[in-house]
Each structure stands twice: as C-alpha cells, then as structure tokens.
Design a protein around this ligand. Structure first.
Ligand code: HEM
Length: 398
C-alpha cells in the first residue's frame, strides 16, 4: 500500500513475499532510517545506532556491536549477573505468595528487566538511581514515537508547534549529565559492561572515512541500547505471561506465538529508501519511508490459516518457522541489515524470566476472575504493550 504522509511518500508492506522483497532482496536500498526531527537535538541524531542513516559510520558501529557487545560469549558472561537479579525477584514473589498478595506483574517484570539490562549496559545501577534513567528513557520513547507534524511537513520544524523540540532539548541535557557521570566513573575504574567495552574503543578510527568512536558516540549508543532493550523485552514478557495464564503451554512455541500476535514494534522501525526503485511494478522514489506491518502479517489468514486470532502455539509443532528474520511470516525483530542486533539477548531474557515465573508459581487472577475475562486490550503506538497492567496472585509451588 502506498500513501503520502505530508510531503513524505510512504509504503506499507503487509505480506510475507513483499516483506522479503524489501528486507532481503532489496535490503541494501531500504536499510537507512528516516530523520526523526526531535532526535536531531540528541547528538545531532547521527551518533547512535538505531536511527542513524546507513553509511560508513553506522556500518562501523553495527560491526562493533555485533562483534564486541552481542557475541555469544559476551552475552553468556552476563549470566551470573542475570541469575543474581533473578534470585532477588523470585524471593520477593515468594514473600507475596506467603502473604497471598496480588502482584502487579507488569511493574515487577519491568523493574526486573530494567535491573538486568542496565547492569549489563552500565554496570552498578544503584549508583545512578539519582538520575531516574527509566523516566528519562520513557520521555525519550514518548518524544521519538509522538506524531510530529515536522517529520512529514519539514518547514513546520522551525516553528516547533507541538513543543516537542524544546522538550527534547531539555531531556538531552539531563541525559548528557547522567552519561557524563557514567563515563567518568568508567574511566576511573575499568568495567566489563557495554560502556566499558565502548571506552576501550574511544578515539580509535573506525573506518577509512575518518569516523572515530568519540565520547558522544558512546553516549548516543548507550541511550539507543537502553531504549531498545527496556520496553521491548518487558512488554513481550507481559504478553507472554498473559497468554500463558490463559493457556499453559510450551515455552518456545509460546514465545513464537506471542510475538506473532503481539509484535512489540508493530510496524518495525521505519526504513528509508536511498535511491529510486521499482518493486513489484510499483515505482518508489528515493527517500520514501517503508513501514513493514508485522502486526498484520502475523494476523493474515492467508499465511496462518483461519484461526489467526487464536493463541495456538501448537501451530509451531513440526513447523520450521523461526524468529531469526529469515521467515518473513514471522519477523518481530525485523530482517536484513537493520535486523535487531539484540534479538538473541531479548529472547534469552524473555525465556529465562518467563520460565522462572511459570516454573516456580501457579498464577491466579484476582477476585475470582476467569482467564477468559482477562482484559487483552492493546495500547497501539510505535510499540504495543498491554493497555492495563497485568495483575495476578503468585502461588509458590516448589
Ligand atoms: C523482545 C525484544 C526485542 C524486540 C521484539 C526488538 C525488536 C526490534 C525491531 C523490530 C527492530 C528494527 C529492525 C528493522 O528495522 O528491520 C530493532 C532494532 C534494534 N534493536 Fe531490538 N528488539 C528487542 C530487544 C532488543 C535488545 C535487548 C536490544 C539491546 C540491548 C536491542 C537493540 C536494538 C538496536 C540497537 C536496534 C537498531 C539496529 C539498527 O538500526 O542497526 N533490541 N529491534
């Protein structure tokens, strides 16, 4: 489907073969990202990874992330830290079970994921509590996802009619203050977390174009990593546990089925074309925006048979549809050059926490509510978390 949002031609892709054409066959054309106006006031929108246009700088950062931060042994090296945070979490649920309390799982799981992730990215999280990083990141997620007229009618940018630019500038200053402290701490004491790993590259030339990993790159990449990992894993967990409470079933199939029905980035992260191209007979001018509607693909009866709305993990029995980004029926992590580099890590986090939650506890809904009565309304935006918090009573069973 082709539409025009303001002055920006926009293509919406809603079927697996067409998704494959954009994200695999012509991935190199569509692997850039559109400029998001508000993000220009955070290190010029050029220093991070997630919203940086395709070019030598992004390529070098992505290579560094793949090789140094997301390699299997690095992810494994954080296992003891994940287990430690998880043990505290299980203890607190055990106490709630003894007291027969209803627990706000959405909040608890969000806090747990936040602790696990921030420890891996920043190291000693407690030390940075004064900066309220979670609140700053929530504000950034809101601002980046807000419908900003200036993104579609660029001359309006100068007027900042919605006040988004001013808000982002203030937020940028707060984030910069926090990151200065974090980097200074890491410079005084060497650490093995993401920031520590990036500091070992500081001022090194990354490519023949002369780009270097400077202090602002470290700050912008750190922000991108935190934004990209907090709500994604937490919201997937919330949905998976909601579905598990309704349909106890097998973990792996459950996670695949959860991401089919509840892809956290329903339109992926927008792509932008770098040249004119004809796809499937349709002319797509340079600088078009591409939104891949994985939400619709996940609910397409031509792909998944007529029971698309049903949570039915058994559909994956004997199926070789995986989440790696090669099976275009199921691409919640995207595909191609800009595929989510954190997908392995996200899946480890989701499966580890989910397995503990269902292994150690039975879950009862409050006030005698039956599983069918559980509200499953989605809060549709750039990400799709549950509309209401998921609350249930843990009953310890070990
Ligand atoms: C269940 C969890 C997660 C989901 C569903 C998810 C989903 C996505 C999606 C759909 C994209 C865009 C892909 C495209 O354009 O084709 C993306 C990009 C990205 N994700 Fe994730 N993600 C998750 C967890 C994480 C984690 C844990 C991290 C890091 C710690 C992370 C870091 C990133 C980064 C840096 C990008 C931008 C990559 C680039 O533009 O080169 N994600 N993610």
């Amino acid at each position: 489907m082709s539409i025009r949002l303001g002055s920006v031609p926009t293509v919406v892709v809603s079927s697996p073969p067409v998704a494959e054409m954009f994200l695999k066959t012509h991935d190199v054309v569509f692997a850039s990202r559109p400029k998001v106006q508000v993000l220009q006031s955070i290190y010029n929108g050029k220093k991070g990874i997630a919203f940086t246009e395709l070019g030598p700088y992004w390529r070098s950062v992505r290579k560094f992330c793949n090789q140094q931060l997301f390699n299997a042994s690095k992810i494994e090296s954080f296992a003891p830290s994940r287990k430690e945070v998880l043990a505290h979490f299980i203890e607190s649920l055990k106490e709630a079970a003894v007291a027969k309390e209803v627990v706000n799982i959405s909040k608890k799981v969000g806090d747990l994921n936040e602790k696990m992730t921030l420890k891996m990215i920043l190291g000693p999280v407690k030390k940075y509590e004064e900066f309220n990083l979670k609140d700053l990141i929530d504000e950034l997620t809101y601002l980046a996802g807000a419908f900003n007229l200036a993104d579609f009618v660029p001359f309006l940018g100068a007027f900042d009619l919605q006040g988004l630019k001013a808000r982002t500038r203030t937020l940028g200053e707060k984030l910069d203050k926090a990151l200065e402290t974090i980097i200074n701490d890491h410079q005084q004491q060497k650490q093995n977390d993401f920031v520590g790993m990036m500091l070992t590259e500081l001022n090194k030339q990354m490519n023949p174009d002369g780009d270097i990993m400077d202090r602002n790159s470290i700050k912008a990449i750190t922000i991108d990593m935190i934004v990209a990992s907090l709500d994604t894993s937490a919201a997937t967990l919330e949905w998976a546990l909601s579905e598990l409470i309704r349909h106890p079933s097998y973990l792996d199939m459950v996670v695949r089925e959860t991401l089919r029905l509840h892809p956290i980035a329903p339109l992926l992260v927008p792509r932008e074309s770098m040249e004119d191209i004809v796809i499937d007979g349709c002319y797509i001018p340079k600088k078009s925006r591409v939104l891949v509607n994985v939400w619709a693909i996940g609910r397409d009866p031509n792909v998944w048979s007529s029971n698309v709305e049903e949570f039915f993990p058994e559909r994956f029995i004997n199926s070789n549809i995986e989440l790696h980004g090669h099976d275009f029926e199921l691409i919640p992590f995207g595909s191609g050059r800009r595929v989510c580099p954190g997908k392995k890590l996200g899946l480890i986090t989701v499966k580890l926490i989910l397995a503990q939650l269902v292994h150690c506890f039975y879950w009862e809904l409050p006030s005698g509510m039956s599983p069918n009565e559980l509200d499953m309304t989605e809060n549709f935006g750039t990400s799709v978390p549950r509309k209401t918090n998921l609350c249930a009573k843990p009953i310890y069973r070990m």
